[in-house]
Design a protein around this ligand. Sequence first.
Ligand SMILES: [Zn+2]
Ligand SMILES: [Zn+2]
Length: 184
Amino acid sequence: MAHEPDPYSDFHSAETGKPFQDCISCGLSLDDPNLPYLVSKSFRRDECIFEYAICEDCRSNMAQEFSPESRASLAHFFEERVNVKARSILLAFGSDPNPWIEKCAACQTPRIEMESYSMGGVLLGMEMLFDPYPLCLCGKCEEEIQELLSKKTRGMWDDFVDTHFEGPPADLQNLPVTGRPALF
Ligand SMILES: [Zn+2]
Ligand SMILES: [Zn+2]
């Protein structure tokens, strides 16, 4: 069967080439059209080195466990550095995710110039939910965010990675393992 190219293929699994099937945390199937889920992918240059999808419930449970200081720091970072209002203008592009992810949301470096970066997008069934996602953060800004997180929150993140990823893949060692909680 021939298919139209999916406009959200950047948010499919790089491993399978297909939409993510289930939540990395609870294993729930992601085809429930009432349950949004976040896709997070990290790249070095063009290569995807880390990816997962997590359902809204697990994502908010995890965010609850962030220390209050970390949550405050993250909120502050986004207020100061990510111009959320200006990004809303991108809604004019309709269902095209590209304008949302062509630059780092914080420092505006074009994605093609980045050594490493992460992208996050929220999907609901076959649809994408816009504003403030999808977004892209460069490795440098991710590192900056990492510095803002409390030890406890960083430990939580490490546990998440240990639990859900076999490895650690050698690649993961060189990641700015760091900013990912920012994509929660
Ligand atoms: Zn889940
Ligand atoms: Zn940046």
